[in-house]
Write a protein that binds this ligand. Sequence first.
Ligand SMILES: Nc1nc2c(ncn2[C@@H]2O[C@H](COP(=O)(O)OP(=O)(O)OP(=O)(O)O)[C@@H](O)[C@H]2O)c(=O)[nH]1
Ligand SMILES: [Mg+2]
Length: 147
Amino acid sequence: MNIGITGNSGAGKSSFINAIRGLDNDDEKAAKVGVTETTLEPKCYDHPTNSKIKYWDLPGIGTPKYPDLETYCRKVQLERYSAFLVFTIDRFTENDQKLAKKIQSTDRSFFFIRAKLIKMFSLRSVSGHSMKMPCYRKSDATLWKIW
Ligand SMILES: Nc1nc2c(ncn2[C@@H]2O[C@H](COP(=O)(O)OP(=O)(O)OP(=O)(O)O)[C@@H](O)[C@H]2O)c(=O)[nH]1
Ligand SMILES: [Mg+2]
């Protein structure tokens, strides 16, 4: 099974693949991780224990090479993959929705993955100081709200 890991650039797709394979980002077998457009072409990574599952580290959307969804779908060829994890951060955007619809139109399944939640909670914790909103105690409520 070929699982496409997709979503906006910088959402943490490559980092997720490394984490699920038990690798540090600086391991020589790890997917390349960075703060600017990093994954430029689809690249295949084995599941750590199940040889039937392949993770495809896909480029991110919204970069000079893949500026919009149409360009992205044309170059990445969604139909090559059997299912998708769609990475999002901070907000579900119209682009996330459009990408999900494109995937649905190819009869593939997908899950949305909300990445960098801990970062979101800690940022709110900082701003929460002035807004008197202790964030960590509210994290369960926040999770319910966005789910
Ligand atoms: N705080 C936080 N940072 C993360 C997390 N996952 C990834 N990052 C950071 O986010 C940045 C982008 O991570 P990548 O894994 O390269 O993101 P990507 O989605 O593969 O990016 P592209 O290949 O450009 O599409 C890096 O600086 C990572 O260290 C996370 O769960 N929490
Ligand atoms: Mg990447």
